[in-house]
Design a protein around this ligand. Structure first.
Ligand SMILES: [Zn+2]
Length: 474
């Protein structure tokens, strides 16, 4: 009898351990590759950030296995001589292209499909290995799943469901609706809540309170109703302001004193800031001329529908006049004042670009933002921290990414030159590790030229006005 049980146990055990050949192949291709970067200068972006010169770093099973320990025999060696290693970058404010919009009849599905790989390539080519989607839809969850499955090479994606007082995927006009919306968002799989401009005061407060109960952090706009009474919006658990523009919308006085007042309010409430200078700088340029968009080096990588939209239907340029240009210039100036004031007050800032709005190209824009932040007074190291360690901290994944330390996921950028000396060097990319997968410069170039080729071949199909007309007619 004993023997019989043993036999049954053995059969069960073998059955569980017997992998189908295809699974084995899948696993071995993912798990067994060990990489070692030799002689590289590591900028770990930890709090003390001591640069480790001429170091050896070993990457295995998606993670950093060792730093300055012996290299395993079967490792693939990457020569890092004279190169610099930083953590993968995090963009804390993006709007990703995903399938939509929906029209006509129930089974029809979205009118436009976007190729997820072509889109995500823009991030990967720029070393952006985590993004925070600030108006998440179900399609964004789908994109994230494609990446997690390994079908697509793309960044980690954090998702915030957007709630507004009107015209949003999720709308709420009363406190009880607001609370219910938060619970629904949680159920749908969003980890964060984004609050928006048209919420009334009481609904806004209820949403932030309910989000705390549901353990969802809150990012977003300061609703318009709080104008000239900004401090009232800074309730506990309002965690992150989505752009400096939120403060310029709250006042008509663009002074240093006003900037300091906002910094103090934020400090007191523990609310962080995404300055998002690149967007306003870009808006000011577009108000002058659309050549600033057309002539972007990265414009050719933008999906043709968006290329067309940014030119044909550009809200900043249409009907522009010198008064508007002067106003935007004033805003840019005030936003720089805000960055200085927030730095002085010691309010943490994280890098976000609002990628997806006209002229702000996914991935590429992050390097522009870093540069602008240093011009506004952040040290190079502080700007990089805002796009690595601090961003990971706000997202509460700083035990997984954001610094270069043993045990963390291998989201890494190998740079040709030192970004602590010149911030523009963050875009001198030699190769990128995305969740432990090595993508070197030649692979990046192939991926980018695939995108460019597809975009050029499909320009005619994706004229903005034609597409919109067609969707309305269907
Ligand atoms: Zn945005």
């Amino acid at each position: 009898m004993k023997f019989f049980y043993l036999l049954v146990l053995l059969i069960i055990f073998t059955a569980f351990n017997e992998k189908k050949p295809i699974e084995q192949a899948h696993q071995s291709s993912h798990q067994e590759i060990i990489y070692a970067i030799k002689n590289v200068n590591i900028i770990p972006m930890t709090k003390d950030n001591r640069v480790i010169k001429n170091a050896t770093i070993v990457i295995k099973d998606k993670k950093i296995l060792t730093i300055n320990k012996p290299i395993p025999n079967n490792a693939i060696i990457i020569d890092g001589k004279g190169k610099w290693l930083i953590p993968g970058l995090i963009d804390m404010h993006v709007h990703n292209l995903a399938d939509g919009p929906y029209t006509s009849y129930p089974t029809k599905g979205p009118a436009i499909h976007f190729d997820t790989q072509n889109f995500m390539t823009l991030y990967i080519a720029n070393g952006v290995t985590t993004v925070f989607e600030l108006s998440a839809r179900a399609e964004h969850i789908g994109q994230r799943n494609e990446i997690i499955r390994g079908d697509i090479i793309g960044p980690r994606i954090a998702l915030a469901g957007l709630v507004d007082g009107s015209n949003a995927n999720m709308t709420a006009t009363t406190p009880s609706d607001g609370r219910q919306t938060v619970r629904l968002a949680k159920g749908e799989g969003y980890e964060f809540i984004k609050v928006y401009s048209q919420l009334n005061k009481e609904t806004f407060k209820a949403i932030v309170d309910e989000a705390e109960k549901q353990k969802m952090k809150v990012v977003g706009h300061i609703p318009n109703e709080f104008k000239n009474n900004t401090e009232e919006a800074f309730v506990p658990h309002f965690g992150l302001v989505a752009h400096a523009e939120e403060f310029s919308n709250q006042t008509d006085k663009f002074t240093e004193k006003e900037a300091e007042k906002f910094a103090k309010i934020s400090k007191k409430n523990g609310t962080w800031l995404i300055p998002n200078l690149s967007n306003l700088v870009c808006i000011a340029k577009q108000a002058r001329s659309l050549d600033s968009v057309r002539n972007l080096e990265s414009f050719k990588y933008v999906h043709p529908l968006m290329q067309s939209k940014w030119i044909i239907s550009n809200q900043y340029n249409q009907g522009t006049n010198p008064k508007r240009v002067a106003y935007y210039d004033q805003l840019v100036d005030f936003h720089i004042k805000l960055v200085k004031a927030f730095k002085k007050e010691g309010v943490p800032m994280v890098v976000g670009t609002d990628a997806g709005t006209s002229g702000i190209v996914w991935g590429f824009s992050l390097h522009d933002e870093l540069k602008l932040l240093t011009e506004a007074g952040l040290k190079n190291e502080e700007a990089i921290a805002s796009a690595t360690r601090l961003a990971a901290e706000w997202l509460e994944i700083d035990d997984k990414i954001g610094t270069i330390e043993v045990g963390k996921f291998a989201d890494l950028i190998v740079l040709d030159k030192n970004p602590l000396e010149n911030i523009s060097n963050t875009s001198k990319i030699f190769g990128v590790f995305v969740n432990g997968k090595w993508i070197d410069k030649s692979k990046i170039n192939v991926m980018l030229s695939d995108v460019e080729r597809w975009n050029n071949a499909n320009k005619k199909i994706y004229n903005w006005k034609e597409v919109i007309k067609k969707i309305r007619e269907e």
